[in-house]
Design a protein around this ligand. Sequence first.
Ligand SMILES: Cc1cc2nc3c(=O)[nH]c(=O)nc-3n(C[C@H](O)[C@H](O)[C@H](O)COP(=O)(O)OP(=O)(O)OC[C@H]3O[C@@H](n4cnc5c(N)ncnc54)[C@H](O)[C@@H]3O)c2cc1C
Length: 487
Amino acid sequence: MNRREFSKSVVAMGMGVGAGSATGSRVLGGEPSGQYYEEPAKKLPVRKFDVIVAGAGTGGVVAAIAAARQGAKTAVIEVKGYPGGTATEGGTALHSFYNLWKAFPGVKKRQVVRGIPQEIVERLMKVGGCSGHAEMIQGYTYDSVCTCIDTELYKLVAFEMLAEAGVHVFVNTLLAGAIMDGPRLRGVIVESRSGREAFYAKSFVDCTAYGDLAAYAGAKYTEPNDYAVCNSVGMGNVCIDTYWKFLKANNAGGQLAMGMRSGQPDQIVRAGAERLNLPGLTEGARAIGMSMVTTTVHDNYLMFIKCNLKMRVSPTNRDEVAKTELEIRRRMAKAVELFRKYVPGCEKAFMARTSPKLCIRRGRLIECDYDITLPDVLEGRHFDDEVMVYGFHDSAPRLQVKNGGTYGIPYKALCVKGIENLYACGMMITSNHDAHMSTRNTVCCMGQGQGAGTAAALCAANNLGTHDLKYAALREALEKAGVYLKS
Ligand SMILES: Cc1cc2nc3c(=O)[nH]c(=O)nc-3n(C[C@H](O)[C@H](O)[C@H](O)COP(=O)(O)OP(=O)(O)OC[C@H]3O[C@@H](n4cnc5c(N)ncnc54)[C@H](O)[C@@H]3O)c2cc1C
């Protein structure tokens, strides 16, 4: 979609929402004369902040906490009723806080992502919502640890941490437009049942996954549509131990990780099938794009049985998404049916949770000052302005960071090109598909969030644009906040 088409869809969206908004739009009367309805201009109430974070998802939660802890008056705008984003809706586990030490004998074990992401894990551990950094016993050329979460407790913990940091959390609130002053973003338009409002700030971080704010602000973007979309079922009345035994009995035991489950250590928390060849189940799973990898932190629960579907067009297309939502819900019902029929211990399985909407792996790709390349990732390259280091690749062992090392995420990779005071964070950066298979993972998005949120607060405090911020000041603030920056 080009920028003009996007603006058209913005007009259309504003029309639908405005017509029923709490503040009320005037209906000018009669049938529309042409193809468009001209929405009457109206005065919007204004609120002012230092930093606005768009989207309280995987990266956005961390960005908002980081900005608020720097002393910035911070707002986070989230369309759903809870924070957490795709980390609580799509993936099987948080990948990865560590380097890939187990795949490279002799390489030292290092926790390479710390700071706020690690604090979230510790808070979750306290309420029984996390497996801990469970070591991979089998399949460790993929990852050395697997950090499994209780999705519902994650939402609560994230919400509480935002509140404790003093973030103004606007949930059930859609970010619906940008207020520009040339290349400078002045504010955003938000929509909720309290009406349409204008929120102003000095610095902004787009963590919407789709890059909505950057697109509204006029940033350059493309829509690669290079991944399948997905929804995932949480299945109740099942047993991961029996599932693992079943995989082993069929010579298909792949990934295995042991950690904390229902309050007990050294339990199976991740089990994945490898080359499962069972008539009925194997073809059935393939037909609905079902993955046979699962995690859990509870005895009778399998988390995230994924059903994938490759759309013909980008997942920003509302009408195609509607068709896909229906098809994926059919597939999830089928997934439960397959487990009941073929997997021992799952005879009475039921669908305990699904994501409220389909999850994407990429929406818009936002053009930033630097684009992380595949050699950057695989060669383990470092930069003189990095905000985090990372060592996981989702296509391992086919693609891995060299020698179990890390690469750096440079500050410039988060600066949206052409917009003076906007950062991009999470799955919307990195054009190369195989490089994106690393940078889009949850823990990398969280680390980027801490970098972008901290930078936004420093810029707001000193009235700077993204290009004027001195890296030394950012690095000092990140290191003080416990971010690991050793190469
Ligand atoms: C099916 C699937 C499986 C995955 N498996 C794994 C895995 O096992 N391990 C792993 O590490 N990674 C995994 N990933 C990748 C990872 O989960 C995501 O890439 C990452 O969570 C994205 O984080 P984000 O911050 O970019 O976006 P999100 O976490 O999606 O956050 C975006 C937030 O913005 C909100 N938002 C969007 N638009 C607006 C708007 N206009 N107004 C207000 N709010 C808005 C959304 O509601 C959401 O809360 C998986 C992804 C998918 C889809």
